[in-house]
Design a protein around this ligand. Structure first.
Ligand SMILES: [Zn+2]
Length: 399
């Protein structure tokens, strides 16, 4: 096995949402079709039973029967048109997206090594996808669209999903739960499967808003209709909500003060985002960050966080990437790669590490030779200020 053999399994670990998002979209098309079929066919069945019943009792004329049949035919024709519309408006394009994404994924399976130029191109596209993902998550939709358009990867990125997210979040920022509740009902069974209770939180918020403006009767009716169905799992919250009607929004009584707190809207936005990421198996952090964690963990050394020992060429020493690396563990290769703090180059038998006689500070031969050449053979330790002849330096051997 060659050292740079591709780790296909590792690559695929990142790709679950890539396949999942269009699948969820298609599931929605499928559900909508199914609902339409059920609704129209039930109506046709009822009409047919009705004709049969009336014919038996002799209470209908043949003209009535013909009219009833006509309306049944109209229903079925409408159904056919609706299904065709669904298929052409979103069904076909979603299938196209799925096909293209699977093609993109399966192409990497044929590649043998990371040195394969095909793989370099594939990884470039992947990086573009991650940049789009990062931009979308950070509200930079224009940038995302520009990258997607320029690199022709519109079908490989989830711009629509994120514009949905933005639309629903904007509504929540305007203190309206309507859009988010519609999303919940579209994804009811999937949310139930993962025991997500976003819908209850939204309902409770609508109730609180009724209480806030003193519409107590409406609040009670609302609670009966929308909160009580949750009593099996949320009875304490429902009880507390009932008591809320006795307290004005200006109350200082802490549980009720918390319910009236407007920061609940921000919590709802966060819960919504987590719920929609969860259903699409999207990580809560940008994929770009996750991919970088892996790389940063292999480079991170304690020295990266010491201003005295920062290395110009080390990504982790860079303040912004270092911030990202805060959460990742230190590299296990502390002793196997030694990097020169002056040049940022790896020290090995071709570029030996050399130590100052007193301070013991180690730098690469190249850096010290360069320094000596510019200073009449004298080298100076940038850390301690110790100076000596180049010839006085100790050579170190890497074992
Ligand atoms: Zn570093």
């Amino acid at each position: 096995m060659s050292a740079n053999k591709l780790n296909i399994e590792g690559i695929m670990l990142f790709e679950q949402p890539f396949a999942r998002v269009p699948y969820e979209n298609y599931r929605k098309v499928f559900r909508a079709s199914q609902k339409n079929i059920e609704k129209e066919l039930t109506a046709v069945q009822t009409a047919a039973n009705d004709i049969a019943k009336r014919a038996k009792s002799g209470s209908s004329s043949s003209e009535d029967a013909v009219n009833a049949l006509d309306s049944m035919i109209t229903r079925v024709e409408t159904l056919k048109r609706k299904l065709a519309d669904l298929q052409s408006s979103s069904g076909a394009s979603t299938i196209g997206v799925m096909r293209e994404r699977f093609k993109h994924l399966s192409s990497v399976e044929g590649m043998q090594a990371s040195s394969d130029p095909e793989f370099a191109r594939w990884a470039d596209t992947r990086l573009d996808r991650w940049l789009v993902d990062w931009s979308l998550r950070n509200g930079k939709e224009k940038t995302a669209k520009m990258i997607a358009d320029e690199r022709r990867i519109e079908r490989l990125v989830d711009i629509e999903l994120f514009s949905d997210i933005r639309r629903i979040e904007d509504a929540l920022k305007q203190r309206s739960c309507t859009e988010a509740l519609t999303w919940c009902s579209e994804n009811k069974s999937a949310l139930r499967k993962v025991k997500n209770t976003l819908e209850f939180d939204l309902r409770l918020q609508e109730y609180i808003e009724l209480a806030r403006v003193g519409k107590n009767l409406e609040a009670i009716a609302y609670s009966k209709k929308h909160l009580l169905p949750w009593q099996e799992s949320h009875l304490p919250q429902i009880r507390q909500a009932s008591a809320l009607l006795c307290f004005p929004p200006s109350t200082t009584c802490s549980p009720y003060k918390r319910l009236y707190d407007l920061s609940r809207w921000n919590t709802l936005i966060q819960s919504f985002r987590l719920a929609i990421y969860n259903l699409s198996t999207l990580s809560s952090e940008p994929l770009l960050h996750l991919a970088m964690y892996a790389g940063l963990a292999s480079l991170k050394l304690p020295a990266c966080y010491d201003p005295q020992t920062k290395n110009v060429d080390c990504p982790v020493c860079d303040p912004s990437l270092g911030k990202l690396a805060e959460e990742v563990p230190f590299s296990h290769h502390v002793n196997s790669t030694i990097v020169c703090r002056i040049t940022g180059k790896i020290m090995n038998e071709d570029n030996m590490p050399m130590a100052f006689p007193n301070s013991g500070q180690v730098y690469s031969r190249e850096a010290l030779e360069d320094m000596a050449a510019r200073n009449d053979g004298i080298v100076k330790d940038p850390k301690t200020g110790e100076t000596c002849e180049f010839s006085a330096l100790r050579r170190l051997f890497i074992s």
